[in-house]
Design a protein around this ligand. Structure first.
Ligand SMILES: Nc1ncnc2c1ncn2[C@@H]1O[C@H](COP(=O)(O)OP(=O)(O)OP(=O)(O)O)[C@@H](O)[C@H]1O
Length: 586
């Protein structure tokens, strides 16, 4: 029942709808008292042989009116109570989605996608059921139960009523004993459902790799393990639930036995008439539904409560990003000062970056190179404010980037990540994703800079071509270039390319570099790359290895200094030459 007090914020908001719904339920319950009474009166009239046509017709008309009134009232409570539960569903769904949008990289490293999907679907459905069928069943069983007991006591006999409802106390005792166990069982089964979600999502997304490595059978077996876990957890909750349900039948059986014995005696002693005993038993039958409903209510509330716990845990997660008291909303076109003394990833003791210092004037280009795993993407992550906790600071226009409003700050950056993400829409909308109002001319210009215009012209539907989920219908190089076009479209103050030219050939790479340089005379650019030709023209280059800057200078300066840059450049040049010769021979 604790779930009702935890959802009280919602019930307070929707109190009018719930009040109307409950009043309608009370009126239905009052109507329910009438038919058994009429049946009892008719039985008595028959047994006393004083039944008249007028008496019969009047009672039939009353029964008909009661049925119509009940129909209308039932429609009203359904609309009020179920309607409100959908308001709760909408509220929770959008709160959760907004929360997802606001959370940072650390949050997404901690929570798995399948978990988040399960919270956003299954858990919210379970909480909605508390506010709809849950409230309905609770109110209905309380109202129907109370009205039937009152009718049995007031219209027939209080002593007999007391004896008949005594076994019901057992139900309350059992509910208390099983409550906590069912709650934890439901929590486990919801968690097992999340794991299935995770597994399915991972296997579907990675299906190509799975097939290529011939791992389908192994993956199927692995999936079966998750399903077995889920079924085991579900069985436990339903086993506990099953202990509860048959108890209702036993208790009702006890109540009927008591009624027949003591009710029969009361008729023999002429304390009540036969008609009254028939009415009493009919009222007892009406009590059956609230009794059974308590069983399903119990199940529904515990499931909703376990789900609400899970959603609340997720909503309580705070973004680790710094929230300054005063935020700057205008980001100037100034110098970038990167002064990081030390940075470690959250929950990781290893130092990822140490003493990375560089200064980049507006309009300049920085190249970041170095061996794989050296720390290039980590530098970019800090610039993108994926993480805000480090020793040192990063300033743009003399202001710490953590003091800018995050959206205003990120709006000034065009970022092409290492693994680009395309949306399942057409080429045009993918290019103008950050600025959906961009004109066709702007889209075409951006596509030209990314050297994608020729490819689009060759596509059947040009800019209207659908790229498929995650851009499945495009080549790796086309996806990369589309991501570049998207980033350059709004002419950002800072353009960041994180190994974004790895899937294009040297000629295309050169075209893109030249066009970016021409197009962005005043914009600052950072290029992280494994291919050194990508950074040859940069104003300065840093070589990052093991999270430290090991070499720094221009291309010419670095070539003259013996070290990783000169060695790697010579090696890559020789490979390119060899590749060129082989291509010519073919
Ligand atoms: N999210 C993370 N959590 C913990 N450690 C991480 C995380 N991302 C990267 N690392 C670690 O930080 C180090 C630097 O990784 P980073 O991705 O910055 O290298 P990189 O130079 O961009 O490599 P590559 O050229 O292969 O892309 C690596 O040791 C990596 O394992």
């Amino acid at each position: 029942m604790g779930i009702f007090s935890r959802l009280s914020w919602f019930f307070k908001r929707q109190w009018k709808q719930y009040l109307i719904g409950v009043i309608a339920l009370i009126l239905v319950a009052i109507c329910n008292v009438i038919p058994p009474r009429i049946i009892g009166d008719i039985v008595d009239a028959v047994s006393k042989r004083n039944m008249t046509m007028h008496f019969l017709v009047t009672n039939m008309v009353v029964l008909f009116i009661v049925a119509i009134v009940q129909y209308l009232l039932r429609f009203l409570w359904q609309k009020m109570i179920y309607g409100s539960s959908y308001v709760l569903e909408r509220d929770l769904r959008s709160r959760l989605f907004r929360h997802f949008m606001r959370m940072d990289t650390t949050f997404y490293q901690k929570w798995r996608t399948g978990d988040l999907m399960a919270h956003a679907t299954n858990d919210i459905d379970a909480v909605r059921d508390v506010a709809g069928p849950g409230i309905l069943t609770l109110a209905d069983s309380l109202i129907t139960g109370t009205s039937m007991i009152l009718a049995m006591g007031l219209l027939i006999d209080w002593k007999l009523t007391g004896l008949a409802v005594l076994p019901l106390l057992l139900l309350a005792v059992m509910a208390n004993v099983l409550g906590k166990k069912i709650h934890s069982a439901f929590k486990n089964s919801q968690a097992a459902f999340s794991s299935i979600n995770n597994k399915t999502q991972e296997s579907v997304v990675g299906i190509k790799v799975l097939k290529a490595l011939g791992q389908e059978k192994e993956d199927e077996a692995d999936f079966d393990k998750y399903v077995d876990e889920n079924i085991k957890a579900n069985k436990r909750s339903y086993r506990l639930d099953a202990l509860f349900d048959p108890l209702t039948t036993i208790i009702m059986g006890l109540s009927y036995t008591v009624t027949i014995i003591f009710g029969g005696l009361a008729v023999l002693n002429q304390r009540i008439t036969i008609g009254q005993l028939v009415s009493f038993i009919t009222y007892m039958a009406e009590l059956m539904w609230p009794m059974y409903a308590v069983g399903s209510l119990f199940n529904l509330l515990e499931r909703g409560s376990a789900s609400y716990d899970r959603i609340s845990e997720l909503l309580a997660e705070k973004s680790s990003l710094v929230k300054p008291e005063h935020v700057f909303t205008t980001v100037p076109n100034g110098t970038l000062n990167f002064e990081i003394d030390k940075f470690s990833y959250p929950d990781d003791e290893a130092v990822a970056l140490e003493n990375i210092h560089f200064k980049l004037g507006a309009g300049q280009t920085l190249g970041i190179v170095g061996p794989t795993g050296g720390g290039k993407s980590t530098i970019i992550s800090l610039l993108m404010r994926d993480f805000d906790h480090y020793d040192g600071d990063i300033k743009v226009g003399k202001i710490d980037i953590r003091k800018y409003d995050i959206n205003s700050y990120l709006d000034t950056i065009g970022y092409v990540p290492q693994t680009n993400f395309l949306f399942s829409t057409d080429v045009r909308d993918n290019v103008r994703f950050a600025d959906i109002k961009a004109t066709q001319k702007q889209v075409e210009e951006a596509s030209y800079v990314a050297d994608l215009d020729g490819d689009i012209a060759d596509m059947n539907d040009g800019y209207d071509t659908q790229v498929g989920e995650l851009g499945v219908s495009l080549s790796g190089g086309q996806k990369q270039r589309l991501a570049i076009a998207r980033a350059v479209l709004s002419d950002p103050k800072l353009l960041i390319l994180d190994d974004s030219l790895s899937a294009v050939d040297s000629k295309t790479e050169r075209n893109i570099e030249q066009r970016i340089a021409k197009n962005r005379k005043n914009g600052t650019t950072i290029i992280a790359a494994s291919r050194l030709s990508s950074v040859e023209n940069a104003d300065q280059i840093i070589v990052v290895d093991h999270g430290n800057v090991v070499e720094q200078g221009t291309h010419q300066e670095l070539l003259k200094t013996p070290g990783w840059y000169a060695d790697t450049f010579n090696l890559q040049e020789r490979n390119a030459e060899l590749e060129g010769r082989l291509n010519n021979e073919r």
